[in-house]
Ligand binder design. Structure first.
Ligand SMILES: Nc1nc2c(ncn2[C@@H]2O[C@H](COP(=O)(O)OP(=O)(O)OP(=O)(O)O)[C@@H](O)[C@H]2O)c(=O)[nH]1
Ligand SMILES: [Zn+2]
Length: 195
């Protein structure tokens, strides 16, 4: 299966991470035996496995599972794909939207597969720049389109809740391959996503 459902928590990892979370919560000054916190280490262990499930999923398989021969060769855009990831420096969320476009070269891809690969790469410890490149390269190398473009706009909790504490800054990253390296094609895409 290219992507597993997430009822399947690994028992060994859940046990190990639960015990570590218990110690972390104690170290932070809390009482892990009080009612509200009794199950918290286990919940947190499961939540972190959910949020990093992308390590066990294969984005190339996902794309290959729905590629269809088709002669359509205009731009295909899926915009406003919500994403939630974890910053690899602080283990705090960053979240926002991805916009993806490609120009087919003999094959189109099942539309839902684009958000699926966004999820697979987002559910890992990331920086926004690498996330952008990984999505771009995965589509480019697997679908081999005439061109592909990815724009990500995200807010980083590590810049909001702590650190510089800036509530309104949005970070934009982008990458372009093939036809999108041409300024007219790139501008058409940016116009269509409202940028
Ligand atoms: N380039 C990039 N930086 C990120 C991303 N997520 C978080 N960061 C930054 O990673 C940097 C880590 O810098 P450090 O100085 O080691 O960490 P820090 O002392 O916690 O820094 P402050 O956040 O400035 O308090 C910070 O500047 C974060 O804003 C990301 O996706 N891309
Ligand atoms: Zn961070």
């Amino acid at each position: 299966m290219p992507y597993k459902k997430f009822e399947e928590y690994n028992i060994q990892i859940t046990d190990d991470v639960r015990e570590r979370y218990k110690n972390i919560i104690k170290d932070l000054g809390e009482d892990t035996e009080r009612d509200g916190l009794l199950k918290t280490p286990e919940r947190a262990a499961k939540a972190m496995q959910f949020l990093t499930q992308g390590y066990h999923q294969d984005p190339i398989k996902v794309l290959k599972s729905a590629m269809f021969k088709e002669s359509y060769n205009e731009m295909v855009i899926v915009k406003d794909i919500e994403l939630y990831s974890l910053c690899e420096h602080h283990l705090l969320p960053f979240f926002g939207k991805a916009h993806i476009a490609y120009i087919p070269n003999g094959h189109i891809v099942g539309l839902s597969k684009l958000p699926r690969i966004v999820d697979i790469f987002s559910r890992r410890l990331q920086v926004q720049e690498r996330l952008t490149e990984q999505i771009l390269d995965c589509i480019n190398d697997t679908l081999k389109p005439q061109g592909v473009a990815v724009v990500i706009e995200a807010s980083h909790m590590c810049m909001m809740m702590r650190g510089v504490q800036k509530q309104n800054s949005i970070t934009t990253t982008s990458g372009f391959r093939g036809q999108f390296e041409k300024i007219e094609t790139r501008n058409e895409f940016l116009k269509l996503i409202g940028k």
